[in-house]
Every structure is written in C-alpha cells, then in structure tokens.
Design a protein around this ligand. Structure first.
Ligand SMILES: Nc1ncnc2c1ncn2[C@@H]1O[C@H](COP(=O)(O)OP(=O)(O)OP(=O)(O)O)[C@@H](O)[C@H]1O
Ligand SMILES: C[C@H](N)[C@H](N)CCCCCC(=O)O
Ligand SMILES: [Mg+2]
Length: 222
C-alpha cells in the first residue's frame, strides 16, 4: 500500500490543506484513501481538527468523500509541540506505540499521514529524540511531501529541509503552497525558478485557495 507522509518546514504552512488536495487527487482517480493525522495538539476531546477539515473539504462531492476515511491517532489539548502537550495532559507520547497504531490500521489503496509541525519535531524526550523523519521511516512511507509556504524566505526553508530529508534518506520532494493572498507574483515566480534548478524535486505548486495544484511534477502522482 503506497504511503505518503505529509510534513513541512513549520506549523501552519498548509500540511492539512495539501493533505486534502492529495486525498482529492487520489480519490478522483477512484482510489480508496485513508487520511491519518498521527498526532494533533491544540484540540480537546470532541473538538474538530485536521482530519475533520480534510473530510469537510471533500464533502461537496459525495463520490470523493465516500472514498476517503479520515482519523486522528493521538490528540492533546494544548497547542504545543507534541511531547510537551502530552505531558501537560498527564500522558506520554510513545514513539513505538504511535508506529504500532499506524501498523494496526486497516489496509487501503493509498494512505496519507500528516505529522504535527515540521519534520524535525521530536516525538520523544531526550538528547537525540526520534522525530517525524524517524516516524516516516518506521511506517515505511514511500513518499515524504515537504510542504513549504510559498513566500519570501521559502528558498532557505526549502533548502534546509531538503538537506535534512536527504540526510535521513527520505524519498522526499517539495510542495510550494501559497497560504497568503499577499505574496508578490515576482516572489512566487522566483521561488519556483530557483527551486527547480536545484537537485531536489519540486513535486507540486499550489496557489492560494486552490483545491488542486497548478503544477505537479511527481511522476508517482500522475
Ligand atoms: N493554499 C491555501 N489557500 C488558502 N488557505 C490556505 C492554503 N493553505 C493553507 N491555508 C490556510 O492556512 C492555515 C494553515 O494551514 P494548515 O492548517 O493546512 O497548516 P498545517 O501545516 O497543517 O498546520 P499544523 O501544523 O497545525 O497541522 C489554515 O487556515 C488553512 O486553511
Ligand atoms: C498547535 C500547532 N498547530 C501544531 N499542531 C503544533 C506545532 C508544534 C511545533 C513545534 C516546534 O517546531 O517548535
Ligand atoms: Mg495540519
């Protein structure tokens, strides 16, 4: 079963938005898709989170939404990094238990897993904690989509994250996502031009409020 891990250079850069896009693209080709928010912070019991956002964003098309199942594996109340949010709920985030809960999920045609925050966010305490890059490897993710907010500053963010993803041997590519309507066209054009020249794939480009990417160059998505 192909598995996509959706990560990013930061929180609030559009991982959930892009997760919904990927689910929409795959479901529109007739695939059964499982969307998993692995750990979510900043949500209380009963409050809707990223998984609910994905389902809602597909809800105007019953055929598509009928092919997509969304769920959250662990959630914690405070809007903090996962380990600390868990502690403040009187819980402990256990990396191995999280991975096991992914492995216990029903098999589907495509699985998409969204992390919390950026790729280097720790999932345990300690001097050299395992993080989302370790998680992607542990769940045997085939593709790591690295969402980068398309704005001035994106080039540095993208290069730093690519360096880390490469060091961790992930099969990764960038997804430039425009979160704000106020990004000058010149910034967006030169972000794309600069990133395309580099030896790291730019898998997708998505514009503000668009539910599908304007450009896709990931062969595995076509
Ligand atoms: N392409 C886009 N067009 C319009 N709004 C967007 C776009 N991408 C993201 N947003 C908005 O930006 C905000 C942050 O996006 P999102 O929730 O997807 O970030 P995230 O990376 O998943 O954050 P978290 O780390 O909390 O999971 C949300 O309000 C979302 O609706
Ligand atoms: C609450 C927020 N939206 C995210 N779920 C948590 C982001 C944690 C980021 C931690 C960090 O990188 O410093
Ligand atoms: Mg999210």
């Amino acid at each position: 079963m192909p598995t996509i891990f959706v990560s990013a250079n930061d929180t609030c850069v559009g991982k959930t938005w892009v997760t919904a896009t990927l689910a929409r693209m795959l479901a529109s080709r007739g695939f059964e898709v499982q969307v998993i928010k692995a750990v979510e912070t900043g949500v209380s019991d009963g409050e809707s989170g990223d998984a609910a956002f994905v389902l809602k964003s597909l809800s105007n098309d019953e055929t598509l939404s009928g092919r997509v199942v969304c769920r959250t594996l662990m959630h914690f109340t405070e809007p903090l990094a996962p380990v600390e949010a868990a502690l403040r709920d009187g819980a402990e985030l256990c990396f191995d238990a999280l991975v096991d809960s992914v492995k216990a999920l029903p098999q589907v045609e495509w699985r998409i897993i969204e992390g919390a925050g950026g790729l280097g966010v720790p999932l345990e305490s300690g001097k050299a904690p395992r993080d989302w890059a370790d998680f992607a490897e542990a769940v045997a993710a085939d593709y790591a989509v690295l969402v980068i907010e398309d704005r001035l500053g994106a080039i540095h963010q993208a290069r730093m994250l690519a360096h880390y993803a490469t060091a961790r041997s992930l099969n990764a590519g960038w997804w430039l996502n425009q979160v704000s309507p106020d990004v000058p066209a010149s910034v967006r054009a030169t972000n794309e031009k600069t990133l395309r020249e580099l030896a790291f794939p730019l898998w997708g480009i998505q514009e503000f409020e668009k539910t599908l990417p304007s450009k896709v160059s990931a062969a595995w998505l076509s």
